[in-house]
Design a binder for this molecule. Structure first.
Ligand SMILES: CN(C)C(=N)NCCC[C@H](N)C(=O)O
Length: 288
């Protein structure tokens, strides 16, 4: 099993993550809290209340964890394509796989990454939703002192299954949308590249950026549900399950609730995924 794809996926995931984290914090807050009137209001309040650091809350932990999950996604995707088409990453420009194979490999990567991602994403969302300013004398301490304390508190209160809160919604979000992600990337690369050639850096940036936007547009409804399930019982009301969360969110806030965070998700998706694909392709090319 070729391992370079896992390493390239890890490095490219970390680069994309740093670029996208401030957008991600605003998105998570908009999706789970009702105190903000929109993106600008959320950014202004976060800045006033918590300074620039507020946008980077909980980032060190995703760098160490979610970028590893990106390595699972890209590594499994590439190895699934190898199993389906018997072509390596280098051979795939000359012998392009069918879109059905790309979709199946993307869904496989998405399904497996969702289970690795679930506990890390839960901790990230919980930390991002702590709006208390740092170290203000007299103010109550935040519920979680950091990622390790957050994981330990969840484990203590709910046991290991507590760390997988929202995992179902995450799997439903990621399995089909990662198929869409890789199909969009492949399709755009092929449309913009003369036959038999490698896509240029500009093409990889554009194809990666749009793959990010399109997959996140498709993922946003379940992303909202996932974030709410992860916060259930804390800043959110508790739900009986995934369906209850969907139905009661729609009843109380209308269908528009499923598109909360769509604009910020799309604005974040372009740069994050453009840089992720560019660094991934570049690393694999330079390793031969
Ligand atoms: C729609 N979904 C879930 C995705 N396209 N996921 C893969 C994107 C990975 C990138 N680190 C990001 O966070 O955008």
């Amino acid at each position: 099993m070729p391992a370079e794809e896992f390493v390239a996926g890890w490095i490219s995931g970390a680069l994309g993550l740093v670029l996208g984290h401030p957008f991600d914090t605003v998105k998570v807050r908009l999706q789970t809290q009702t105190t903000y009137r929109g993106i600008v209001d959320c950014m202004v309040k976060t800045y006033r209340h918590e300074s620039l650091l507020g946008f980077f809350k909980g980032m060190s932990f995703p760098i160490a964890s979610i970028s590893v999950v990106n390595s699972v996604l890209f590594g499994v995707y590439s190895n699934a394509l190898l199993a389906l088409t018997a072509t390596s990453h280098q051979e795939r420009r000359a012998q392009p796989p069918s879109y059905t194979h790309v979709f199946i490999a993307g869904c496989t990567g998405g399904f497996l990454q969702a289970y690795c991602l679930a506990p890390f994403d839960l901790i990230k969302v919980r930390l991002q939703n702590q709006t208390e300013p740092r170290e203000k004398p007299g103010s109550p301490p935040p519920r979680y002192r950091g990622p390790v304390h957050c994981a330990a508190s969840i484990l203590q209160a709910e046991g290991p299954q507590g760390l997988f809160r929202g995992a179902w919604a995450l799997t439903l979000r990621d399995t089909p949308t990662l198929g869409i992600y890789f199909v969009t990337y492949e399709w755009l690369c092929r449309q913009l590249t003369p036959e038999g050639q490698n896509p240029s850096s500009g093409t990889v940036l554009v194809a990666g950026g749009f793959a990010g936007i399109i997959s996140w547009v498709a993922a946003t409804p379940l992303d909202v549900i996932k974030s709410r399930m992860q916060m259930a019982g804390l800043k959110q009301r508790a739900y009986l399950g995934l369906l209850d969360c969907i139905v009661s969110s729609a009843r109380q806030e209308g269908l528009g609730v499923f598109f909360r965070g769509l604009t910020i998700n799309s604005a974040r998706a372009f740069p994050v995924n453009a840089i992720t694909f560019l660094s991934y392709e570049y690393l694999l090319l330079s390793w031969g």
